[in-house]
Design a binder for this molecule. Structure first.
Ligand code: UPG
Ligand code: MN
Length: 860
């Protein structure tokens, strides 16, 4: 499947940037034929039944729907059904055989099993109908293609960043460059950077970006460069040439590379440049008040945060700033100049225009809850409404760049499709990551989630919003209802309270609803400047619906899932869009502690969602029943930790008692357990198959699930309990980005341990289960290998070993540098098990008769 998309992407890439598409223009049947895919051993074309009813005849379909082949889907569903029966039979059997060694334990384990069964159903049901939708870029080009590019709608692209150090500025500038250079009509999109730190470094970095882009962007267009993030482009081992000017390529490439290195040096030295400049200004204009300002290159004081923070110029307390760094370009191509002595590049056939680029730092005041990323996104949404007001909005974290220059076209295939396009609120791409260690120790790639869970939701109302790599319909962000439920077009009368006091904002909304709308240049004069300033103030949202029914949702650690949920609840749908090469790529935390904190935010946010007005049970009937189940699962999954911890720590009893059974007859119990667990894994294998992921992805996912469930979810549950009591929420802790990835020691982060309380429960589970294995061996040695007890002990040990296998990546992680050599871990493990075994044996072995006599005689 993926191959087909690639093929079409390449077909388009050849003609980029301004030339004509070679073939197949116009004839819809032909486009349809091209869209039909070659052989695929998992996916087959689904019936596109609803075409005729929506008048699809006049407009071509822009994506194709695929479903899983019957030969995979039917056994998959059958197995799920069988497991359901097995689980029910297991319960029934346990209730009938109330034999155990402790009522409390039996009852607890019954509750636990009930929860396991229930959460399994929540997790499994929404996966029954995986659907893949393949954007047809060729069909889009046919309809909106070269001459008709003018018809492609406008897009506003939002990038958020906070700190030039925690989020290395090199990532941010590369993200912005990849956006400026992407293959979308340049006068049809605008790029916004929100800087929550309000630092001059970010602003000046954007000025540098704008000037380097004047070279980088035409270079990308001329030679069809991929990917268009220079750092990643130059880091590629081989750079296959896709352009048509191979003769000039090597020379241009060398020069651009040199320019890029210079550019990087300038970015690196920005903070010292700024410091020196400021020192110079401060000493010459010293008024003796001791205030040391930070100065801009034009000799004015920076309105944002200063290096030496002072009143009104510190983090969390500064004015709002909007700076249009690149103006909206004219709508006619501007060809560059031929090579000359000053300019070695021949851009005479290349459009050199750059898209609009805007720097934003919202106002910050003490005493306001700035609502982290969600707050920043809402300010960008409002400011962009007055500056470009594109009907579509794309959102990236600062470390997620555009990896495939066709990426902005693909979601348009869903948004503009004649079928349900108008009712589609957002298109979510899977997240893909660079610089993850080759074996992906902490399941950073998360393939099971993206390629499995999200893909299956695509068969319902659509994937949830995941915070980055998403295209939105602007009006959906404004909290409007989808056309299918909207009586009139858009009612704005009496909505002022909802959107705040800006009439310019409210007046911009009807335009934003026109999905064919382009971007029209505006002039930032004093009037507009004042309007913009008002939209960026902290007070603007007071008494409005921002953060609840309008914009990104507030007061929750994970703004993404709830914001998407609000749209699904209103009856919007969303689409999952995966393409090859990956549309976007980002970075992920490969340090154990950092990764656990990230998962803590996600799991804590999930629970917060359950205990908020965004509880899936409270949603109305527009939410698809299985979508509701999926959201219930997404907002309750951490609870499982209580039971997982109980089971994982239970073997502690095996250390001190000879035998202890949750359930008798023990043999049958274990048999049932093995059966239901094995069935779950066979079902998992089917998912691996249709999700197109590897076995390693799947194993890592299982392992990290156990690490999260023992280590992180307990804290999330505790936090939630505290929040319910005290009303204080979880702190959104910025995921610090890998700084080493830019240096030689690429995976250094993997081998650094930072001890935090979060690690303790998992360490406890490790210790208990290692000890239990030791004790089991001790028991076998005490009683002899062929007794019934030994038999049971072995069964119990299977459980311990299984836990240890799952926690293996964690064990490696806490070994730090030693984790580079797993052998050490195994030696330690064998020693620990041996030690416990021997201790157990010495304590429990029946004394030989003679020995007791010796002892007795000694005592006398
Ligand atoms: O006060 C803040 C805090 C964060 N951010 C930005 O938010 C983004 C995501 O923050 P990060 O710490 O990188 O979170 P991750 O764990 O990497 O992010 C994942 O999870 C988040 C939800 O928990 C989503 O918002 C993200 O899009 C998703 O990539 C980054 O661009 C930040 O610059 C702000 O703009 N302002
Ligand atoms: Mn991130």
């Amino acid at each position: 499947m993926a191959a087909a998309v690639t093929r079409r992407v390449n077909a388009l890439r050849v003609e980029a940037p301004a030339a004509d598409v070679e073939s197949g223009r116009g004839a819809p049947e032909e486009a349809a034929k091209r869209a039909v895919d070659a052989k695929d051993d998992v996916w087959v074309a689904a019936d596109e039944g609803d075409t005729a009813s929506t008048g699809g005849a006049s407009r071509p379909l822009l994506f194709r729907t695929m479903k899983v082949k019957g030969s995979i889907l039917h056994p998959y569903r059958f197995l799920i059904f069988m497991r359901l029966i097995a689980v029910v039979a297991f319960f029934a059997w346990r209730v009938k055989h109330r034999n155990h060694d402790g009522m409390w334990l039996w009852a607890t384990s019954m509750v636990a099993d009930t929860w396991f069964g229930f959460s399994w159903i929540l997790n499994q049901l929404p996966k029954l109908n995986p659907i893949k939708r393949v954007p047809d870029l060729a069909a889009l080009a046919d309809q909106y293609g070269s001459s008709g590019e003018a018809n492609l709608p406008g897009i506003d692209i939002f990038v958020t960043t906070v700190d030039p150090v925690d989020e290395p500025i090199l990532y941010t500038v590369n993200t912005i460059l990849s956006i400026l250079a992407t293959d979308y009509p340049v006068d049809k999109y605008a790029c916004y950077l929100s800087d929550d730190g309000g630092t001059l470094v970010h602003y000046e970095a954007m000025v540098e970006v704008a000037s380097f882009a004047a070279l980088w962007v035409p270079f990308c267009r001329k030679h069809c460069v991929e990917p268009r993030s220079p750092e990643n482009y130059f880091a590629m081992k081989t750079q296959p040439y896709a352009g048509s000017m191979a003769g000039e390529f090597m020379r241009d490439h060398r020069r651009v590379r040199r320019e890029y290195d210079d550019f990087k040096d300038r970015i690196d030295s920005l903070s010292s440049t700024i410091r020196q400049r400021s020192d110079a200004y401060n000493s010459s204009s010293n008024k003796g008040d001791g205030v040391r300002a930070t100065w801009m290159a034009d000799g004015t004081q920076w309105p944002g945060t200063w290096i030496e923070q002072s009143e009104n110029h510190r983090r969390g307390q500064h004015a709002g700033i909007v700076q249009v760094i690149l103006n909206h370009p004219s709508c006619k191509p501007q060809l560059g100049s031929p090579a000359s002595t000053e300019n070695p590049f021949d851009f005479s056939n290349i459009d050199t225009r750059l898209p609009m680029l805007v720097y934003i730092a919202r106002e910050k005041r003490p005493g306001y809850n700035h609502q982290k990323k969600a707050g920043a996104m809402n300010v960008m949404l409002r400011v962009s409404a007055l500056l470009s007001n594109a009907p579509f909005v794309v959102n990236f974290d600062c470390d997620h760049y555009i990896n495939n220059s066709q990426a902005l076209r693909a979601p348009m295939c869903f948004m503009l499709d004649p079928r349900d396009g108008q009712n589609t609120a957002f298109v979510q791409f899977p997240q893909r990551f660079d610089d993850v260690d080759p074996t992906d120790r902490y399941a950073n790639h998360n393939r099971v989630f993206f390629d499995g869970t999200m893909l299956s939701l695509n068969g319902l109302q659509g994937p949830s919003y995941l915070g980055t790599g998403t295209m939105f319909r602007r009006v959906a962000l404004y909290g409007m209802e989808p056309p299918r439920y909207r009586a009139e077009n858009i009612k704005l009368v009496g909505k002022a309270d909802e959107f705040g006091t800006s009439t310019s904002l409210v007046n911009s909304m009807p335009d934003a609803a026109i999905q064919e709308r382009s971007i029209t240049p505006v002039l930032v004069d004093e009037g507009l400047g004042n309007d913009l300033a008002a939209l960026m103030t902290c007070a603007y949202e007071d008494g409005s619906s921002w953060g609840r029914d309008v914009g990104w949702v507030y007061n929750i650690a994970t703004e993404d899932v709830v914001t998407g949920f609000r749209m699904h609840r209103q009856g919007w749908r969303s689409m999952y869009c995966s393409m090859e090469p990956a549309a976007f790529r980002g970075t992920a935390p490969i340090n154990l502690t950092e990764r656990l904190y990230q998962v803590l935010r996600w799991s804590g946010g999930s629970l917060e969602m359950f205990f908020s007005h965004s509880n899936a049970l409270l949603a109305g009937r527009r939410l698809h029943p299985l979508q509701r189940v999926a959201y219930l699962n997404m907002s309750t999954y951490p609870i499982v930790t209580v039971f997982i911890l109980a089971y994982n720590l239970f073997p502690v009893l095996w250390l001190f008692s000879e035998q202890f059974y949750i359930q008798r007859p023990f043999g049958t119990y274990i048999m049932y357990l093995v059966a239901v667990i094995a069935m779950m894994h066979v079902i998992g294998m089917f998912e691996v198959k249709w999700a197109g992921i590897t076995l390693l992805d799947w194993c890592r996912n299982e392992q990290f699930y156990m690490i999260g469930a023992t280590g992180v979810y307990p804290t999330a549950v505790l936090y939630m309990a505290l929040k319910l009591v005290t009303g204080k929420g979880i702190y959104f802790r910025l995921t610090s980005k890998q700084t080493e990835a830019c240096s030689n020691d690429k995976f250094a982060d993997l081998y650094t341990v930072r001890w935090v309380p979060l690690l303790i429960p998992t360490v406890a589970v490790l210790v208990v289960n290692v000890a239990a294995v030791g004790a089991a061996i001790g028991k076998a040695a005490t009683w002899g290998l062929f007794t019934e007890q030994a038999h049971h002990v072995v069964l119990g040990m299977v459980f311990n070993v299984w836990i240890l296998v799952l926690l293996y990546p964690f064990a490696l992680g806490i070994m730090g540098q030693w984790g580079k050599r797993p052998v050490i871990l195994f030696v330690m493990l064998v020693m620990a098990i041996g030690a416990v075994g021997i201790v157990y044996f010495t304590l429990h072995a029946p004394y030989p008769a003679e020995w007791s006599e010796v002892a007795a005689s000694l005592g006398r």
